[in-house]
Design a protein around this ligand. Sequence first.
Ligand SMILES: NC(=O)c1ccc[n+]([C@@H]2O[C@H](COP(=O)([O-])OP(=O)(O)OC[C@H]3O[C@@H](n4cnc5c(N)ncnc54)[C@H](O)[C@@H]3O)[C@@H](O)[C@H]2O)c1
Length: 294
Amino acid sequence: MKKNIILITGGAGFIGSNLIKYLINKNTKEKIISLDNYSSGYKKNHILNENVKYIKGDNKNIDVLLKKYKKKIKVIFHFGEFSRIFQSFKNYKKCFDYNIHHSSKVIEFAKDNKIKIIYSATSSNLGNNGKDENLSPYTWSKTKNIELIKNYNKWFGLEYELIYFYNVYGPGQIMGSKMSAVIGIFENQYKKNIPLTVVRPGTQRRDFTHIDDIVNGCYLAWKNGKQTDYMLGTKKTYSIMQIARMYRTRIKLLPSRVGERRGSTTINNNAFKILGYKAKIDIKDYIKKFINNN
Ligand SMILES: NC(=O)c1ccc[n+]([C@@H]2O[C@H](COP(=O)([O-])OP(=O)(O)OC[C@H]3O[C@@H](n4cnc5c(N)ncnc54)[C@H](O)[C@@H]3O)[C@@H](O)[C@H]2O)c1
């Protein structure tokens, strides 16, 4: 029986489930536990392996649900939150409940049990000299967690790493749901042979990062991290319209909407300098392959 434990909140979600697969393939010596409430995660994302255990529940109950494991947990990858910008306007109460209330319990649990927390930060708050943190309930709530984690480090010695994700796409992404992100939406529309919907103006630029690069970055943050912020993007941006055109199909424009950012920002080079991280996959090649296979 493996002794130490890696806890992943949101292990049945897109990034969490891919990280579990990556860790299993790396043959890590720790056991893996996922804590997930299946609000946007799926049982079909479970990795069937004797070293992975799935616990169903809300993060707010982490203390009770993980009580018997807490001494063995060596790191928490905290991914289990309300995870979409646009939907956070429609479900702001749920967003605050999950991202503020529930997450505070995870941060407290990490502090009380002296466990390093690796937090899935968002790049959506980095633009406009940090003012973009106020663009949406999602971005604001995630920014408060970044601040809280850094303050807990100063006040109480909480160990942490902050990994910033940039429009992650690839196998396991949410498809055909309100919680789908842009590449999941485009792929779904392409397969159904309906026009790809681009939110106006279409010139908004994003850095798109393949899930394989992201999980590698998560692993490197755990292994090489020095308690700071790492931007796991590719450093290459495309406008949403450029991305849509890569599918060589019909496009339909949708009205502009609240919370939409103009651009994407990288504010430091820590991922490369400290972690040795460099994204390998360009979305252009990924879309070409997708079209050839569909
Ligand atoms: N996907 C991206 O492009 C992206 C970009 C920036 C940041 N992030 C962050 O990375 C994390 C993972 O994102 P994802 O794309 O895998 O999202 P996802 O929605 O696929 O996964 C989140 C998982 O957490 C679970 N969950 C949500 N709230 C919970 C709670 N209160 N208690 C227990 N489980 C809960 C969901 O059921 C789901 O399985 C999120 O915190 C998200 O904000 C993602």
